[in-house]
Write a protein that binds this ligand. Structure first.
Ligand SMILES: Cc1cc2nc3c(=O)[nH]c(=O)nc-3n(C[C@H](O)[C@H](O)[C@H](O)COP(=O)(O)OP(=O)(O)OC[C@H]3O[C@@H](n4cnc5c(N)ncnc54)[C@H](O)[C@@H]3O)c2cc1C
Length: 498
């Protein structure tokens, strides 16, 4: 009975954000030219949604591969050709729009479930969340058995703010909590160690230190991933390298719909001209900017003709990147001792190691390498490199030391190959940034924004935000041209007690 009421109150865990008019035409009769800048997930989403309707889409990508942070590329090492990616990605089950897209392009069958959501801590303790009740409220109450909450969590007057986790509402949550960091919130509420561990892993998934992470963004993420639906914390992963299991399907779809994919063509000149845009000197009717925060700032700094639109340029120029992060993949001659571990494990970092992915268990191509070479492929992530570590050599040494802390059996392993990335191109979700975050629609006629950093009136995050914002940008353009829009779905946009 109570479960039914929760489900009703949370609108069956799924809402449509728009109601397309079936009377309107599907295809554009006189094709308009659209420049999509940036071939990550947001750009792929925009380009696929528009080219399907007959728009003439040019997708500009500075690299020689599509996908951005979900892209993959080859490199040579010791006589072998191997693939590298930006790092492990989990496809949560509440990624309604992204998952529909995977079905549409025929890639959905590549998703395989993880066994458990596991955090390693101390020297040899592990916390899994398998078997947790999925119904919101019941799932929080179920955290009792892991020592993460108890009755005091919600009844202790110091802890009353915890109720705000159930009250997500984009207006009030950001007003109340965007200026407070997660670390300050944890201190103020005397959050217990176990709960801090769980929230820390959420905070790090946004590439932020607890001292920087906006508590409002964390409440939104807890709502999106845990408290607004019955999908639970478990998720799926792609069973093979991203190019083979995902991006190649996007390319086939785009080519089928005559989109022009312009690999290795960075946009270096961006100009508002008359009714449209000049992109690298070529004229377009519409432009959708799908670049990451770092490159968006560079592009807007050199843009011309935007003087009449100071609000958009101010917001874009003011975007913030996250801190630095590292992804270190190692092809080795050893395996982990605990064969029950899932593909992906969060670690309670000692200094910099946040997670370890066991690629030899997950991706087909990696499994083949592993079998042939009798060794595991491990990927180590640091989602927020400590400010005092600047040097790659030191960072690699620290990551390995922490790997051996959690997996002592790997000490002395030989690296047959390695691929190391030290980057700073993730958006910041830090305190005080929400008010000035730009939205999909801008004041510049014909210019739209898409990416995981764009503010939307729904609570999609990370990959789902990138895909959804691209689909929203495409919808605005379709609407402008009098076409039927595509349905966009979301978990309920307000919390149970909001
Ligand atoms: C290590 C790591 C782990 C992650 N794990 C997860 C996860 O488990 N689950 C999840 O949901 N999300 C995860 N994410 C986040 C997810 O990858 C991103 O949110 C999403 O892919 C962002 O897509 P995007 O299109 O907004 O941006 P991007 O992927 O950054 O795409 C931007 C594109 O613009 C291109 N570009 C930039 N400048 C120009 C220019 N001037 N001209 C042409 N092209 C240009 C870039 O080359 C890039 O292709 C993870 C990210 C990282 C880095």
């Amino acid at each position: 009975m109570i479960r039914k009421q929760i489900r009703n109150r949370l609108q069956n865990y799924k809402v449509s954000l728009n109601s397309p008019d079936p009377e309107l035409p599907f295809n554009i009769l006189t094709p308009k030219k659209v420049a999509v800048i940036g071939g990550g997930l947001a750009g792929i989403s925009t380009a696929c949604n528009l080219s399907e309707r007959g728009f003439k889409v040019d997708l500009f990508e500075k690299e020689n591969f599509l996908g951005g942070k979900v892209g993959s590329w080859t490199f040579d090492s010791n006589g072998e050709k191997l693939r590298a990616e930006h790092g492990f990605h989990g496809f949560f089950r509440q990624y309604y729009n992204l998952r529909s897209f995977l079905k549409k392009i025929g890639a959905y069958h590549h998703l395989i479930p993880i066994d458990d959501y596991v955090i390693l801590f101390d020297k040899n303790k592990k916390q899994g969340f398998k078997g947790l009740d999925n119904t919101p409220i019941y799932n929080i109450w179920g955290l009792r058995k892991f020592g993460i909450v108890d009755w005091k969590t919600f009844l202790n007057p110091m802890a009353l703010p915890f109720l705000n986790l159930l009250k997500f509402d984009s207006d009030t949550t950001y007003k109340k909590f965007d200026s407070e960091s997660f670390a300050d919130f944890a201190r103020r509420t005397r959050m217990n160690e176990k709960m801090r561990l769980v929230f820390n892993s959420f905070s790090r998934a946004f590439f932020s230190e607890p001292e920087d992470m906006s508590m409002a963004e964390l409440i939104k993420s807890f709502h999106f991933y845990f408290l607004s639906n019955e999908e639970g914390l478990l998720y799926d992963v792609l069973d093979d390298d991203f190019q083979l299991s995902f991006i190649s399907y996007c390319e086939t779809f785009l080519k089928k719909h005559n989109a022009n994919i312009r690999y290795k063509e960075p946009v270096i000149s961006f100009e508002k001209a008359n009714a449209g845009f000049l992109i690298n000197g070529e004229g377009f009717d519409y432009c959708v900017l799908c670049t990451d925060v770092k490159h968006t700032k560079q592009l807007i700094a050199g843009a011309k003709g935007f003087e009449p639109y100071p609000e958009t340029t101010r917001k874009l120029a003011g975007l913030k990147q996250s801190g630095r992060y590292a992804v270190y993949r190692l092809w080795t001659d050893r395996f982990e001792a605990d064969s029950t571990l899932p593909f992906f494990i969060f670690t309670d970092r000692l200094k910099c190691l946040d997670s370890v992915t066991l690629y030899h268990k997950m991706e087909k191509e990696s499994a083949e390498w592993s079998e042939k070479n009798n060794g595991g492929i491990f990927e180590l992530h640091s989602y927020s490199i400590p400010k005092n570590i600047m040097d790659d050599k030191e960072l690699k040494t620290e990551l390995l030391l922490e790997l051996f802390h959690y997996f002592p059996e790997l000490k002395g392993m030989h690296h047959k190959h390695e691929y190391f990335q030290h980057r700073d191109d993730f958006p910041g979700f830090h305190t005080g940034e929400h008010a000035s975050r730009p939205e999909v629609e801008t004041e510049v006629p014909g210019l739209y924004l898409a990416g995981d950093w764009v503010k939307m009136d729904n609570c999609a995050m990370l990959m789902e935000a990138a895909y959804t914002s691209g689909a929203m940008a495409a919808n605005y353009i379709m609407q402008n041209e009098g076409l039927r829009t595509n349905v966009i779905e979301s978990v309920p946009v307000k919390g149970l007690l909001a």
